[in-house]
Design a binder for this molecule. Structure first.
Ligand SMILES: Cc1cc2nc3c(=O)[nH]c(=O)nc-3n(C[C@H](O)[C@H](O)[C@H](O)COP(=O)(O)OP(=O)(O)OC[C@H]3O[C@@H](n4cnc5c(N)ncnc54)[C@H](O)[C@@H]3O)c2cc1C
Length: 388
């Protein structure tokens, strides 16, 4: 079978879905080729945190533009992304207090609703938290979390209503080029011709890059998460938190608390490895960490634990832009933090593809060539690398 499309998107995670949605908004009908099903990769495993606190201004801008979607999802996209406002607290060790202040000031400068709060304020917002080890925190009262599978599905449904196509159980096995230009892809369901191909294959994007002999540093990142049944005394909910002091994050979901850790996330594994179970030792480490911040979690119970894979780059920032043959675009390498920025990234990628440059947010710093040009993305008020 040979088929023809205007634009092919490889991967139906939240990023492939977002590009398809924004292209459809501009009247361009993309064909999304997905080897399994919508949100089968990182998106379906994502913890779904939605916050603006970053140490790189463009990351915050992308998250802030995306936030307007999350809180007005029905009007902008349709369907439901499951956004739940819990408030978000960024906790740091006292050594990072000045860095935190610098970042909060730059977020406020672009209009993000965020304030510095003292440890007593943290205690008022979350009475079950131990705050002995912190001085200041950042508080985003509007932030929270969303449901990643619902987010991706509603973007794809909206794109399909405007003519986009989703073809599942369709693995891309090769990229076809002629005279330095992309002309299509080979798949397990035949060939598809198109002058533009977007690599949104998440942890598998490195494999796609090798199909056009692109030699970019790209790795896979394994991340475990667990759900704990919260003891009643903690109350019906608590804020969503990134806790740099304890190298973890956590958020509520009903009577459960989801926990993930910043350390012990191995690189280089096959993304087709088991994701139904967390790695040995993760649950014990996770319980130890959450009990440091919420001592009464001692009487909680483990509900479940599992894993996921994302693509990661050397500076833990995505590749957004063209590389390799003409018509080949990278939209990958989100390094464990790409859910919350997906709406804006998809908009910017659609601008880049259709207009030659992104105008909503300048995404040129995420150029795939930056590392070979000797540039790594770091913040003005930089924390240490989030994952290690
Ligand atoms: C456990 C976990 C927790 C996370 N928590 C958060 C969080 O709280 N907040 C946040 O902002 N980010 C978080 N992230 C990161 C975020 O989820 C990812 O950055 C984002 O989901 C990546 O989306 P994607 O569309 O690029 O990739 P994916 O969702 O992985 O989608 C890629 C798709 O490509 C398909 N594919 C691969 N190869 C082929 C091929 N050859 N042919 C056709 N299709 C192919 C795959 O099947 C997959 O469906 C987390 C990630 C993980 C793993």
């Amino acid at each position: 079978m040979t088929d023809t499309a205007d634009i092919i998107i490889i991967g139906a995670g939240v990023h492939g879905a977002s590009v398809a949605f924004h292209l459809a908004q501009r009247g361009v009908k993309a064909t999304i080729l997905e080897k399994k099903f919508v949100a089968a990769g990182a998106t379906g495993r994502s913890s779904g945190l939605v916050r603006m606190h970053y140490d790189v201004q463009q990351d915050t801008e992308l998250a802030w533009v995306s936030f307007q979607y999350f809180r007005n999802w029905k009007e902008i996209v349709g369907g439901d992304c499951g956004f739940t406002r819990t408030g978000f607290i960024q906790l740091v060790a006292p050594a990072d207090t000045e860095t935190l202040k610098g970042n909060v000031a730059s977020h406020q400068a672009i209009g993000v609703p965020v304030m510095l709060i003292k440890k007593d304020d943290v205690k008022r917002l979350a009475p079950s938290f131990n705050v002995n080890d912190i001085e200041l925190a950042a508080y985003e009262p509007e932030s929270g979390y969303a449901m990643p599978s619902d987010t991706a599905n509603s973007l794809i449904n909206a794109a399909r209503e405007k003519g986009a196509r989703l073809i599942q159980d369709c693995t891309v096995t090769g990229i076809i080029t002629k005279s330095g230009k992309v002309t299509g892809v080979r798949t397990t369901q035949g060939e598809f011709n198109a002058p533009v191909v977007v690599n949104a294959a998440g942890a598998w994007a490195g494999v796609i890059n090798t199909m056009v002999e692109l030699d970019l540093p790209y790795d896979t990142w394994h991340h475990d998460t667990m759900f704990v049944v919260r003891p009643h005394e903690i109350g019906p909910s608590h804020p969503t938190v990134i806790d740099f002091a304890n190298e973890m994050y956590f958020r509520p979901e009903g009577n459960l608390t989801l926990v993930g850790l910043e350390d012990g996330n191995p690189l280089g594994e096959s993304p087709d490895s088991d994701t139904d179970h967390a790695r040995k030792g993760f649950v014990e480490r996770g319980i130890d960490r959450i009990c440091r911040r919420i001592p009464s979690m001692e009487t909680g119970a483990l509900h479940s634990a599992h894993a996921g894979y994302d693509g990661i780059t050397l500076d833990q920032h995505p590749y957004l832009g063209t590389a390799g043959p003409d018509g080949f675009y990278l939209d990958c390498g989100f390094s464990g933090t790409g859910f919350k920025t997906a709406p804006a990234v998809g908009l910017c990628m659609s601008e880049l593809i259709l207009d030659g440059r992104s105008k909503t947010v300048d995404i040129s710093i995420y150029s795939p060539q930056r590392l070979s040009d000797g540039k790594q993305i770091t913040g003005e008020h930089a924390y240490s690398s989030i994952w290690h």
